[in-house]
Design a protein around this ligand. Structure first.
Ligand SMILES: NC(=O)C1=CN([C@@H]2O[C@H](COP(=O)(O)OP(=O)(O)OC[C@H]3O[C@@H](n4cnc5c(N)ncnc54)[C@H](OP(=O)(O)O)[C@@H]3O)[C@@H](O)[C@H]2O)C=CC1
Ligand SMILES: N[C@@H](CC=O)C(=O)O
Length: 473
């Protein structure tokens, strides 16, 4: 596939010498944004692709009769029929590239209308998997924002991309797979990890990887809004997943972390083995202790680090973040990823992690790279010899609600001693039903045992909540 040199249009902008026919599966928050950007930036994108026009031929939705907050461009159908996008076989070729002038600067194909680039932005891991795999097997490039799907079956996707390329035959273009939007929305972290760290050795990744929950935590802390109100607002703004349990349960961040682990460390980790705690257990009192007693705030973090002894730990959890740490200042739907590495030492990537245009922007970047035949290989090579460990070490914050009794501190001390957990400090706001224990550094598994034993005490009310205390750097 060799794009021809662009000609100039009457308005001075380059004209499409060839056309990539794009089919989008999903016309919601992200899909609508992609349609809008491709239309708004049509001429500039022809220049960016080196003369290849991007024509959206079909947008597949669940309910074609539903009113949309975006407009289908001329020549594009909005349909419930997946065949409009998946039909046809593009193996070995991108098909005819002839076009005729059809009005303005828009060009239409004289040949078949089979889509040759599929953008999957419907979400889910069942039908979406069929869409992605079928498209790849038919020799179509695929761009997706679907981290749940990638984390769920990354090795399978890798195999299907390889299979699709083997079927292309000598001299035929590569079948490309792009997923920039799948991790941290608008931050170009996939491209960066795939290209800019190849000569480096990453030792730690730490970040805020879910926009919905960061938006919620920001609102809960700053405005004292309820969990339910914050989630409703995040949903209205297009940040939440169709099933918001994925956001608030930490699972969405876990999927993103699993993908980054592969790119940064060359290790495939079964994401279900990654310790994952969401934000549902947090209470107003935790923000009060974080702010008042511990000079910090609370963020949902994804962390992955080498332990220096051939092991890799990874986890998703709310964490107490010191006020002076960079991550403490990341608010609303913004995401941030800190990367510690041997050559670059400390790098920080910050940007919008969710929402229509930040996410659609990443999809469009992938579409343009596909049109230029320039998407890098999707997944960094695997390395051997790194063992994944699901337990991890940290200082911990443990919040306990209690009813008054004699000997609580003694009992707590005995429980901690039993599980080899060393107490750094005991904190209590005056006249509070709660107290907080901050531990010295130790494994999470021991703190979990302390929490279970405390919950069994007659003076303990409800569940014990615990989270790591993040380091400043
Ligand atoms: N929103 C965000 O900020 C981000 C989202 N993502 C990912 O992007 C993907 C899409 O998210 P988003 O746009 O927010 O989701 P939406 O729920 O807003 O949109 C989903 C779209 O897919 C369509 N759809 C769903 N099921 C089917 C089906 N069975 N057949 C045909 N069409 C179907 C829906 O059709 P209909 O409209 O008719 O119901 C809708 O148009 C997800 O994988 C998500 O994780 C990634 C990064 C950020
Ligand atoms: N629900 C996700 C959307 C982007 O990935 C989030 O809030 O981060």
């Amino acid at each position: 596939f060799a794009p021809a040199a662009p000609a100039a249009s009457a308005r001075g902008a380059p004209l499409a010498a060839q056309v990539r026919k794009v089919g989008i599966v999903g016309g919601g928050t992200v899909g609508g944004g992609i349609v809008e950007i491709l239309e708004r930036r049509r001429e500039q994108l022809v220049a960016a692709t080196g003369g290849v026009g991007l024509e959206v031929k079909a947008v597949v939705v669940r309910d074609a009769a539903k009113a949309r907050d975006w407009t289908a461009p001329p020549g594009c159908v909005v349909t419930e029929d997946l065949e409009a996008v998946l039909g046809g076989d593009r193996r070995g070729s991108y098909g005819p590239v002839d076009f005729v002038r059809s009005g303005g600067d828009r060009f239409a194909h004289t040949g078949d209308d089979d889509v040759d680039l599929v953008v999957e932005v419907m979400g889910g891991t069942t039908l979406a998997k069929d869409v992605v795999f079928r498209a790849l097997r038919a020799g179509k490039d695929v761009v997706t924002a679907n981290k749940a799907l990638i984390a769920d079956c990354l090795p399978e996707i890798e195999a299907v991309v390889a299979e699709a390329n083997a079927a292309q035959g000598a001299g035929a273009p590569r079948v490309q797979f792009g997923y920039e939007a799948a991790v941290c929305g608008g931050i170009p972290i996939i491209h960066t990890m795939n290209t800019d760290f190849v000569g480096d050795e990453v030792t730690r990744l730490r970040g805020i990887m879910n926009g919905c929950t960061n938006f919620m935590l920001t609102k809960m802390e700053a405005e004292g809004l309820s969990y339910a109100d914050c989630l409703a607002e995040a949903t209205a703004l297009g940040y939440a997943e169709e099933d918001p349990t994925l956001d608030v349960g930490g699972f969405d961040a876990r999927s993103k972390l699993a993908i980054l682990v592969r790119l940064a460390f060359g290790v495939d980790v079964d994401e279900t083995l990654i310790s994952c705690t969401g934000i549902a257990g947090l209470e107003t009192i935790d923000f009060e202790y974080a702010r008042g007693q511990l000079d910090g705030t609370i963020k949902l973090l994804g962390v992955a680090e080498l332990d220096g002894a051939g092991g890799l730990t990874a986890y998703v959890t709310p964490a107490l973040v010191p006020r002076g740490a960079t991550l403490a200042s990341i608010s609303d739907a913004t995401n941030a990823v800190e990367v510690a590495s041997r050559n670059l030492e400390a790098s920080l990537f910050v940007g919008r992690g969710a929402g229509r245009f930040p996410t659609a922007n990443s999809c469009v970047s992938d579409v343009v790279a596909c049109a230029r035949g320039a998407l890098p290989e999707p997944f960094a090579k695997k390395v051997g010899g790194v063992a994944f460990r699901s337990d991890f070490e940290s200082f911990f914050y443990i919040r306990i609600r209690y009813r008054n009794a004699i000997g609580i501190v003694k009992a707590l001390g005995e429980i901690c001693a039993r599980h080899d957990v060393s107490i750094d400090s005991l904190l209590q706001k005056p006249h509070s039903d709660y107290f907080v224990v901050v531990t010295e550094a130790g494994p999470r598994s021991r703190v979990e045992k302390v929490a279970a034993d405390v919950e069994a005490e007659a003076w303990c009310v409800g569940d014990v909540f615990f989270m790591p205390v993040a380091t400043q750097e």
